[in-house]
Design a protein around this ligand. Structure first.
Ligand SMILES: Cc1cc2nc3c(=O)[nH]c(=O)nc-3n(C[C@H](O)[C@H](O)[C@H](O)COP(=O)(O)OP(=O)(O)OC[C@H]3O[C@@H](n4cnc5c(N)ncnc54)[C@H](O)[C@@H]3O)c2cc1C
Length: 384
């Protein structure tokens, strides 16, 4: 034992962080006019960062969500978070590599691994929202095909994705009850329409409403087993929470760095503003919050990579909660630290306010995580 124990990051992880940070720095920050991430995405793909979690035999890095979350956090900390990393390699790539048929893996994974193709992920529905038991997008068999009908909202990146992994339901032949199933829907499939939802977000990725009107899909559009849909869904949702936690921690670090730089040098009395504890302490507190959130994110990622889906789920929820709160506090406090400059276009912090709230809402809201911890962890009764 080196004496540094399990809390020290391995040399490989430190090297990955440093390489991604160096790559992402200076490539145009998130800001009021975020540049297209296409070039960044393509280059990150060529360098192997996007598919770091996917199996080597399909062109991935053969590592796990731990490594992909490091990539995400460092891109965010450099001001260049790539939201589609959450969806394409983390959710879709994970579900397909764990549950897809050999043919689906051969067809879909190499593109996801090198970034040359992308997938979106659609679960949220207008009348279901946080309550996924109310999903109504339904698949029914028509000969060998499937017909998929329903509506989705807030699905990120449908315009740039070659296909969307849509969560639908099929009727159980024995009980007639609807059970979740995952379908790959290519963007140009007849009956599959997408319409942009105007959002007040300073991010290059856009959100869409989907309308699926008897979308005809071949039998092999269904990912994995019809009867294992729920398990497959959860396999994708834990990486999603871990990746959103990493996104929030990265964005929080980015805002904190800007605030600390400013507080060190801005002087209006006899010492820099950072010498006033009213300025310094909130920044120190945010650093503590971010460190705690990062630690929990790492725990969740390592549990997930070790194959412990249940324990990873609990940790991933808590990590997402902690990172979302730390991120919202970081951006808020960073703006305040810069005074008037906190609201200028030049410093680009005010435009991050809405982006810094995303992790509180998606993929599962702060309240639904507190509900989960109340019921699952603490054993308290449910109100709903
Ligand atoms: C930027 C962005 C990107 C997104 N990308 C995707 C995507 O790619 N794919 C996708 O499928 N979805 C996506 N979403 C959707 C996101 O996952 C949902 O917005 C989220 O799950 C919340 O659902 P809702 O908006 O319907 O809120 P609702 O479920 O209507 O909730 C509204 C409020 O009520 C509270 N609430 C609801 N039920 C309870 C309860 N039982 N107890 C206490 N409080 C409760 C919630 O916490 C929340 O504050 C995205 C959303 C955003 C903002």
């Amino acid at each position: 034992m080196s004496g540094r124990g399990a809390f020290a990051e391995s040399a490989e992880h430190r090297a990955l962080r440093e390489a991604v940070a160096a790559f992402a720095r200076g490539r145009g920050d998130t800001g009021p006019d975020p540049r297209s991430p296409k070039e960044l995405w393509a280059e990150a793909g060529r360098l192997g960062y996007l598919g770091v979690n996917l199996p080597e035999e399909y062109g991935g890095g053969g590592c796990g969500i731990t490594e992909l979350s490091l990539v995400m956090e460092e891109l965010g900390a450099a001001g260049n978070p790539l939201l589609m990393l959450v969806v394409s390699p983390a959710i879709c790539g994970t579900v397909i590599s764990r549950f897809g048929t050999p043919e689906q893996k051969r067809r879909l994974l190499p593109g996801l691994a090198d970034g040359s193709s992308r997938m979106a992920f659609g679960i949220t529905e207008p009348d279901a929202g946080s309550n996924s038991h109310r999903l109504t997008t339904t698949a029914r068999r028509d000969g060998a095909d499937w017909l998929l009908t329903g509506r989705k909202v807030f699905v990120s990146g449908v315009d740039e994705a070659d296909a969307t992994l849509v969560v639908g339901r099929t009727a159980d032949a024995r009980t007639g009850r609807l059970k979740p199933c995952l379908f790959v829907v290519p963007r140009d499939t007849p009956g599959f329409a997408h319409r942009e939802i105007p959002m007040e977000l300073s991010a290059p990725e856009r959100q869409f409403e989907l309308v699926l009107d008897d979308v005809r899909l071949p039998a092999d559009a269904l990912v994995g087993e019809e009867d294992a849909g729920l398990q497959q869904l959860f396999a994708g949702l834990n990486p999603e929470r871990i990746m959103i936690a990493a996104f929030a921690a990265g964005l929080g670090r980015y805002a904190l760095d800007k605030a600390v730089d400013y507080a060190r040098t801005r002087q209006v009395w006899s010492s820099p503003i950072g010498a006033h504890q009213a300025v310094a302490h909130p920044l120190a507190r945010i650093h503590v919050e971010l460190e705690l959130a990062r630690l929990m994110t790492r725990k969740a990622a390592e549990l997930y990579d070790a194959g412990d889906d249940m324990a990873a789920g609990e940790a991933a929820n808590m990590a997402k909660y902690a990172a979302a709160e730390a991120c919202a506090h970081a951006v808020d406090q960073a703006i305040h630290t810069l005074g008037g400059n906190g609201l200028t276009t030049e410093y680009g912090l005010a435009s991050l306010l809405t982006l810094s709230r995303v992790a509180r809402i998606a993929p599962v809201s702060r309240e639904m995580i507190l509900n989960f911890v109340s019921h699952y962890t603490l054993g308290l009764p449910k109100s709903y």
